[in-house]
Design a protein around this ligand. Sequence first.
Ligand code: GUN
Ligand code: ZN
Length: 441
Amino acid sequence: MRIPPQLEDYALRTQVLDFAPALSGAVEARLERDACVHVSQGRFAAVGSWTNLSDHLPAGLPVFEARSHVAAPGFIDAHIHLPQIDVIASAAPGLLAWLARHTFPAEAAWADPAVCAQGARFFLDELARQGTTSACVFGSVHAGSVEALFSAALDRGQRLVAGKCLMDTHCPEPLRDTAEGGVQESADLASRWHGRGRLSYAITPRFAGSSSREQLRLAGDLARARPELYVQSHVAENLDEIRWIGELFPEARSYLDVYDRAGLLGPRSIYAHCLWLDEADRARMAGSGALAAVCPSSNFFLGSGLFDFAASLAAGMGLVLASDVGGGQSWSMFEAMRGAHAMGRLRGTALNASQLWYWASTGAAERLGWGGQVGRVAAGYEADFVLLDAAATPVLGRRTARAASLEEWLFALMILGDDRAVHETFLAGRPSKPADPEPQT
Ligand code: GUN
Ligand code: ZN
C-alpha cells in the first residue's frame, strides 16, 4: 500500500490508536480495530468505525487497505539539535568535554549555506523515517541554519518549532554572536518565519554557560515583547556544568533562577533535562507553566543523571519527551519512551506505556499549545500521523501478538520498536518517509 504523495483526498481502512487523560488523571489508550480514516486537504475529515463511516465516504474516493497497521498520532520530539547530525555517537566523559571536543567544532561547519541546506534535508528525512512529525529544534548559532530548516519544513508542510542558538561567550570565536546582534537576528528570523505555514520561532539561548547576562536579559526582553514565541534552552543537566553556572551567576539562587531572573520562564518555555532541580525550582517550573523536555537517551549516553519523575509530577510540572540528538543516541521516540521507562525504574517510578506514549505525542501537542489542532487521529485535526507495523520484526510480531491488553501491546511495541515499526509517516496527510534515502558520505 503506497499512497501517492499528491493525493489530497483519500480514506484508509486501518486500526486507530488514540490517547486521552481519564478523569483519574491516568492516560487511557483506545484502539479502534476496524476503522475508517478519511483524510482531506491535510486534515482528518472523518475518523470512526468502518461500519459507521464507510457508506458515507464521497463516491469515487480512493480507499487504501492498511488493516494490519495502526494509525497513531505522529511523535513529537520536544528537543533536538539540527547541527548535531554528525555529532551523534561521539564519546566523551561528560557534557562539557563533549561540547568542547565534538559539538562546538561540528557546529562551526554550519556557517556554510550548502551544509545547512543538505543537512536540513537529511535531518527532516530522518525525523520522518522515525515517525516524528513535529520537533522543537536548536539550529546552530548561524541564522542560515534555521533559514534552511524552516525553508525545507515549509516545503514539506511540516509543523516545526526552531530557533538559532544565542551564544556570545565561553565558546569558540567562530561560533560567537553578540548579545545584541544575536537577539536582533532572532527577532528578524521570528519576523520572517513565525506563523508561516505551521512554523514557530523559539528564542534559543543555548544555555547559561554560553550566553552572557546581557544576552539573557535581551532574550528575556524579546520573549516579553513577543509572547507568541517559544523559548528553549538547557538547564540542570550535569553536575560540573551546574557548579560552573553557580560561579558565573553567583547572584542566582539556582541554575533555573538564572533564566527566571532574565524573564525566560513562561508557558511557552521548554527546558531540556531538568535533572538536578530542587523543590523550589520544580515549583517555579510548574507555576510558570514551563515544560521540562526529558531526554533519557542523551542522559544515559553522557552519564548526566536520572530525571526524577515522581518529584516532577508531584510538583505539577508539564513533561514532554525528547531525543536530544546528538547527545541522544537516536532520533527514535521509541528510544525516548523506553529510556524514560528505564530511568523511572532506576528511581522507583513505574511509568506505563500509555502515559509515555501520550507524553511523546498527544500530550506534547497539548503542552505546546496545539490542543485541538494536532496530536490525535480525530476529525478536524491536522493529519500528522504514523502507520505503525507491530509485526515489523519477528520478535516484535511474536510478542505483540501475545499481548493480553492494549497497554501490554503498547508496552511491547515501545520496548522493542524502532524505525522498522514505522511503516509510513504523514505530514498534513501526505506520506513523507523518504523512499530512497540520499547516499551519505
Ligand atoms: N548544553 C549546552 N549545549 C548543549 C547541547 O548541545 N547538548 C546538550 N545535551 N546539552 C547542552
Ligand atoms: Zn540539547
